[in-house]
Design a protein around this ligand. Structure first.
Ligand code: AMP
Length: 135
């Protein structure tokens, strides 16, 4: 099981532990849990966040089993990394976010409050998002 840290009523993952194949995004990838799919290809799946924080809030996840950005950037193949990030860019373009702009967020570990231990990028836009967050 992925090691966790208590953060109020949520559990933040440490981003470094072994992959938990029962995490919610692994279950979405296996089709055990539904999602509002935006796009899918050989390397990635994109779907709407269940609790959107912006008018457009899409999660893009790699199909491989990576706990966090640190895990993905260290262990994924060049084809997986290239395929994943090209997909993120293509989805942003398809959602017509290039001209107004958008924000990418990848939470990694306790200080980021990462909750789901499967690497994901938040693609957010649809309004001016203000300046970078500092809680
Ligand atoms: P993070 O804090 O970066 O791990 O973000 C996890 C994100 O996953 C949050 O924005 C949640 O709202 C979102 N989320 C959790 N469960 C689901 C789900 N079943 N479908 C879509 N988004 C989800």
């Amino acid at each position: 099981m992925q090691a966790t840290t208590t953060l109020g009523d949520k559990m933040a993952v440490n981003g470094l532990g072994p992959y938990d194949d029962q995490n919610i995004f692994a279950r979405i990838l296996r089709g055990e849990i539904p999602c509002r799919k935006v796009a899918e290809d050989a390397f990635s799946l994109a779907f709407h966040d269940i609790a959107p924080q912006a008018p457009v809030h899409v999660l893009v996840i790699p199909k491989g089993a990576y706990v966090s950005f640190s895990d993905f950037s260290a262990k994924a193949s060049e084809a997986e990394i290239t395929g994943f990030f090209r997909a993120v860019g293509a989805i942003a373009k398809r959602l017509e976010l290039e001209s107004p702009g958008y924000r990418l967020i990848a939470n990694m570990g306790p200080d980021s409050n990462q909750e789901v231990p499967h690497f994901h990028v938040h693609l957010m836009g649809g309004k001016n998002l203000g300046r970078m967050l500092v809680a």
